[in-house]
Design a protein around this ligand. Structure first.
Ligand SMILES: C[C@@](CO)(OP(=O)(O)O)[C@H](O)COP(=O)(O)OP(=O)(O)OC[C@H]1O[C@@H](n2ccc(N)nc2=O)[C@H](O)[C@@H]1O
Ligand SMILES: Nc1ncnc2c1ncn2[C@@H]1O[C@H](COP(=O)(O)OP(=O)(O)O)[C@@H](O)[C@H]1O
Length: 274
């Protein structure tokens, strides 16, 4: 059984408050993007191991068995004593990019196991398991445009559709530490309500729908701001960094022919339609 976990972007990201536990309250809109990994599972018949993992594509640092797809399997295995599986994961979504690739893989693994082994878990139950694996992981269970608040884990739906809009997504060869990016931020109430902006045309968003991480990340890595400026210079209706970076996206009109911009050989570039 195979599935294709997709990335997300953040439309607006307001960091409103530092909490006594050191985390931050925020509000954002998660929006699915058709940049995909591939994740396949088979029942393993000739092995004593419960899991084997073969990972290709983008190379991930660290121990392969710390992969979030393995953590997702272990979480359900504890409850349901699952049959052993061979996992094949092909990574195309850049890591540490603010694109939620790891969380998406984990949520897809929960959904695959639910289907393959007829566990009969509802979306609400799957979301509870997903939330144990990462703050934005639960979003990928329903995988629809979602307004998130709290530490990024309290969801409500938004009636916002960018269907047909074109997107250029650029990930420069820069690693941004989410923890450090948070530590450099002074939380504040947003100037414009994100929920209200989400109900307006994309043409209204420039300079109003903001990602607060840009204030702390752009001075440290001016090249990320240059990418955003370049997207606007080339006709983007709206452009922003996603999450805590370092990827930046530009939204273009459905009828636009996407410009051929050279972001350098070190950058990952995705061009597509929403
Ligand atoms: C800010 C977002 C928005 O999408 O960034 P991206 O991951 O997409 O870039 C996410 O909420 C990121 O959530 P997540 O990626 O799960 O962050 P974690 O690894 O749990 O947290 C890394 C560190 O960031 C800080 N942190 C995280 C979330 C939060 N609401 N407040 C925080 O202060 C904490 O110091 C934490 O130790
Ligand atoms: N399946 C996975 N895909 C990507 N990263 C993973 C995965 N499993 C664990 N990780 C770890 O999670 C970290 C964050 O990855 P990712 O979710 O892609 O970040 P972000 O949400 O910032 O885009 C990576 O540095 C990596 O070590």
């Amino acid at each position: 059984m195979i599935t294709f976990p997709n990335a997300k972007i953040n439309l607006g990201l307001n960091i409103t408050e530092k909490r006594p536990d050191g985390y931050h309250n925020l509000e954002t809109i998660f929006y699915p993007v058709p940049l995909e990994d591939a994740l396949e599972i088979h029942v393993a018949s000739h092995t004593k191991e419960k899991i084997t993992l073969q990972q290709k594509g983008i190379v991930l640092d660290g121990n392969p068995y710390d992969n979030l797809v393995v953590k997702a399997y272990r979480l359900l295995d504890k409850e349901f004593d699952l049959p052993p599986v061979d996992i094949h994961l092909y990574k195309r979504i850049p890591c540490g990019a603010g694109l939620g690739g790891g969380s998406s893989d984990a949520a897809s693994m929960l959904k695959l196991l639910n289907k393959k082994f007829s566990l009969e878990l509802t979306d609400i139950e799957l979301e509870k398991y997903a939330a144990m694996l990462g703050a934005d992981c639960a979003f990928f269970i329903k995988n629809i445009p979602t307004y998130a608040e709290g530490i990024g884990n309290i969801f409500s739906p938004v009636t916002l559709s960018l269907k047909g809009y074109k997107i250029i997504l650029v990930k420069p060869d820069i690693f941004v530490s989410t923890r450090e990016a948070f530590s450099l931020i002074k939380p504040h109430k947003p100037e414009y309500s994100l929920k209200e902006l989400a109900g307006t045309s994309v043409h209204e968003w420039k300079n109003k729908m903001v990602n607060d991480f840009e204030d702390s990340v752009f001075p440290q890595f001016p090249i990320i701001k240059e990418i955003k400026d370049e997207l606007y210079r080339n006709g983007a209706i709206y452009a922003s960094m996603s999450g805590s970076g370092s990827s930046v996206f530009g939204l273009f009109a459905p009828e636009a022919i996407l410009p051929d911009i050279n972001f350098g050989s070190e950058s990952f570039v995705f061009r597509g339609s929403l």
